[in-house]
Design a protein around this ligand. Structure first.
Ligand code: SF4
Length: 446
């Protein structure tokens, strides 16, 4: 009889992609059925993320809960993967000896073998054989109209606050043929929107037929694949926003008018301390070029407030930048020291109260722009990709605008899943939009 596998995913889209690939690797190695609660499972894998504060503690708490299941079922296998696994290594066995295997983001393809070996030894594999990972991953199976396509792994930027280069290794780009094969297969399976993913996705480069292929080349090829109607990519670094990539916004209509481009701070002094290697001015130049290439493009971003020694004046420079760029829906966090990073050694002289106040001020400003953009959509017609049934009301359907806003609309016909439809936006709510099919008034859609 087959085994039941439960995977819990923490963190970013890369981890979501890795969990999907882990499932596919497991399924290609034997009779494995995915389940959605740990209680049902024979194998539980935690795909962890170490980007936020207390990440390790959260994983140990979860393991504490899973230990109760292990006591009830000694045949249950528990594995820890992802970035916390790389950071902690076999320390995990010291604090949670009931864990059966530890694997890193680059060795997920070895999970079936590690599980097999686990009958004899406690397995730990958090090495960085990155080409092997890309070479050994099976072609994915689509599970809806949208899909991630991993094109590179790791990061060589070494921002002073970030653990990713230590947990995922340096940047390595995937062979373009593997990427093209994956896109072709996904489109044959009905995928109409792909998102290229990588820790530093726009750093992609691969020598091919005498030249260096970049993300711009992948976008151009993807745009020409039958059935691919939308292309996104995440996450980008401003340093790698090269002119060839910006030019894509002029001539690849499938590339959406929305870009997530983390800036982190509006202060040049703080950007230097963060080792971001660009200035506020160069960031603004990139934004200006993007607007020129694709008028109306929406930019979202990530921000860190309360970086060690950030003065109030430097924080105000971040607010000023937000006012200047007028970012769309963005992410903002209070700085938290990650063990082993250079920033963790800088004396943190800002009180938690002050940090919270700064975060509140920044988020209020960001929310205002996000709300304004949503309200501006009321009464307009938006091209939306139909992604499924509405989460809250399954008599309605759900789509996404180019700027990735959820739109719920009154219609239910499974055949429209994965298609692009014109939806007239009736109302902007706090986290979604409501609308109706505009084409219905003019076509035979019933
Ligand atoms: S660019 Fe900086 S923040 Fe982003 S993954 Fe690399 S080191 Fe981390």
């Amino acid at each position: 009889m087959g085994k039941k596998l439960y995977i819990k995913t923490y963190g970013c889209q890369m981890n979501e992609y890795d969990s999907k690939m882990t499932l596919e690797v497991m399924q290609s190695s034997g009779d494995i059925q995915e389940v959605f609660t740990p209680e049902e499972a024979d194998i539980i894998l935690l795909n962890t993320c170490s980007i936020r504060e207390k990440a390790e503690e959260k994983v140990y708490s979860e393991l504490g809960r899973l230990n109760k299941l292990k006591k009830q079922n000694p045949h249950l296998k528990i594995g820890v993967g992802g970035c916390v696994a790389t950071q902690e290594g076999d320390n995990i066995y010291k604090r949670a000896p009931f864990v059966d295997l530890i694997y890193g983001p680059q060795t997920l393809q070895r999970v079936p073998k590690l599980l097999e070996e686990n009958n004899k030894i406690k397995a730990v594999d958090v090495s960085f054989p990155i080409e092997e990972k890309f070479d050994l991953l099976p072609l994915p199976t689509a599970d809806g109209p949208t899909a991630f396509v991993s094109i590179m792994e790791g990061c060589s930027k070494y921002c002073s606050f970030c653990v990713v280069p230590y947990t995922r290794g340096d940047e390595v780009s995937r062979h373009p043929q593997q990427i093209f094969d994956e896109i072709a297969r996904l489109s044959e399976q009905g995928v109409s929107e792909i998102t290229f993913v990588g820790q530093n996705v726009n750093a992609y480069e691969y020598p091919h037929n005498g030249r260096l292929l970049r993300l711009s080349d992948l976008i151009e090829v993807a745009g020409s694949v039958d059935g691919i109607e939308r292309i996104r990519y995440t996450t980008s670094h401003p340093l790698d926003m090269t002119d060839d990539l910006i030019e894509c916004y002029k001539y690849v209509p499938e590339l959406v008018s929305h870009l997530h481009l983390p800036v982190q701070s509006g202060s040049n002094e703080i950007l230097t301390k963060m080792k971001r290697n660009y200035t506020r001015e160069t960031y603004l130049e990139i934004i200006a070029k993007l607007h020129k290439a694709r008028p109306g493009i929406k930019i979202s971003s990530d921000f860190i407030v309360g970086f060690p020694q950030e003065t109030h004046k430097q924080f105000l420079e971040t607010l000023d930048l937000v006012n200047e760029v007028q970012f769309d829906a963005s992410y903002s966090f209070i700085y938290s020291a990650r063990p082993g990073t250079p920033a963790a050694k800088i004396e943190d002289n800002i009180s938690m109260n002050e940090k919270k106040e700064r975060l509140y001020e920044l988020q209020t400003l960001l929310d205002g722009f996000q709300r304004k953009y949503s309200q501006n959509l009321e009464g307009t017609v938006q091209r939306c990709l139909v992604t499924g049934l509405s989460k809250k009301d399954n008599t309605r359907m759900q789509g996404r605008t180019e700027c990735n806003r959820v739109v719920n609309f009154d219609f239910q016909k499974i055949e429209i899943l994965g298609t692009l439809l014109d939806i007239k936006i009736n109302k902007a709510l706090a986290h979604s939009l409501q609308g109706h099919i505009f084409a219905k008034e003019h076509s035979s859609l019933t």
